[in-house]
Design a protein around this ligand. Sequence first.
Ligand code: NAP
Length: 519
Amino acid sequence: MKPAPEELPLSTNGNPISLDTAQDTVPNQVRVCIVGSGFAGLGLAIRLRKAGIEDFVVLERDRDLGGTWYQNTYPGCQCDVPSHLYSFSFALNPHWSRTYPLQPEIEDYLHRCADRFGIRPRIHLDCEVQGARYEEESAHWKLDTTKGQLSCEVLVLAVGALSEPSYPAIPGRERFDGTSFHSATWDHGHDLSGERVAVIGTGASAVQVIPNIQPQVGRLSVFQRTPPWVLPHTDRPLTRFEQRLYRTLPQVQRAVRRGIYWGREALVLGFTKDQRLMRLPEQLAKWHLRRQVPDPSLREKLTPDYRIGCKRILLSNDYYPAFLEPNVELVSEEIREVTNRGIVTMDGMEREVDTIIYATGFKVTDMSVARVVSGRDGHLLADEWAPSPHAHRGTAVPGFPNMFVLVGPNTGLGHSSMVHIIESQIAYVLDALRIKAERGLSSLEVQRAAEQAYNEEIQRQMQGTVWTAGGCSSWYLDSTGKNSTLWPGFSYEFRNQLTRFDEESYELHRLPERSPAAP
Ligand code: NAP
């Protein structure tokens, strides 16, 4: 039987790759240049091909495609968005092994998409963008990369928000003589067996790392600055029957996906409209903690003092039980410094360790690519975005014509799948490309006034949300305390705004007609 169009042939070995990617040097000139090959870059590449646009490249600085799902391979790495929501709408995956997808199968899924839609030959791996400048005379972007120079009409930054590991500014970090690494750059060559290990951080990565390494290590010290809210996890294996059902009747999987999507949209009411609605999940999280941690003093240390949802809500059934194991210690005393042999807390106590694992998150509002992209007038994107990143509809930045950002400022979600946001932005970019081509335009640049008005409205909506008024600090907030990362509403509202390219918010330019050559 012919496979259903949405069906993606998947192997389950997690390592299916035929490295049939692009040649070593980049072409001199293309129409569209995409930076990044995660869900966003790959998704745009696929949609370009579906729209009949073949003249593009994908530049990936890593050794393989996948973005955050290539980089993050720490033990227990799993997405906290349900599997059925975590795929492109045009390539559902009936083969997910669990209701929440594991990192290897997400990476595998992205590879299958690259193969199925013929994107691999367009991807240049190990290709880092070292400079990108907009040249007004030609209305083209000029890029310097580690694989050569190229020029493009349209530049799309699809580098994601979770791609630059962030290390804490703890004094003495460089003095440590043992092994240390970040959760996003896990050292698989290093054996933790029997070691004294410190994990710094108790966010989304740490809650997955901690229970997974606990049985292996000799002693585990978890350094917690702020306790997270943790809800019971409903993750379970998907049965063969379910997988077969989704394979043969994709419309059933689509219906399940729709149900999950709308169920999650309801959470926005508590996040943004009425925080009293967050009392219910808060009670559930407290019950979960009481049930799993009998010791009142340990429980107290693990109890958050801010509203649930202010930081990302975590899901785990094995995080709290890890602290009941005799080889695990929760350290809630603030870290003073790192020495050559361990970590000293403010009370003066030093814990000697062999390995330090930094599960300390990402540089979300300070991406390195912004330091090498300069727009009209030579203005750096990093300067435009200091101290608060901003963009029109999360996608276009004034002063940076013919450039789009996927997963840009104020596009993040605390409740649902980023793939939904990414596909919305892709539709917007495709509409912009269509208008540019149909009208013979040389450049599109968002008007500063339109962009400012858009962002004032975003910040107005942000007031009183759980992220700004929930009593915590988080990576959602930039150095000014402004939430420049999350979308403050329902994700369908974001999609509705981006279905059409709002050309009235842009300066549209044609290249000046060439005067006939002088005799
Ligand atoms: P994170 O949520 O930013 O957590 C970083 C942790 O490091 C926090 O506990 C933070 O404490 C702590 N920290 C930072 N500096 C510190 C210092 N100087 N001393 C002590 N502790 C310090 O980072 P993440 O866990 O990598 O997650 C980032 C985002 O990635 C998540 O919010 C999520 O969107 C995504 N993610 C998703 C999954 C999933 O799908 N399951 C898994 C991993 C990551 P404070 O809370 O006090 O700042």
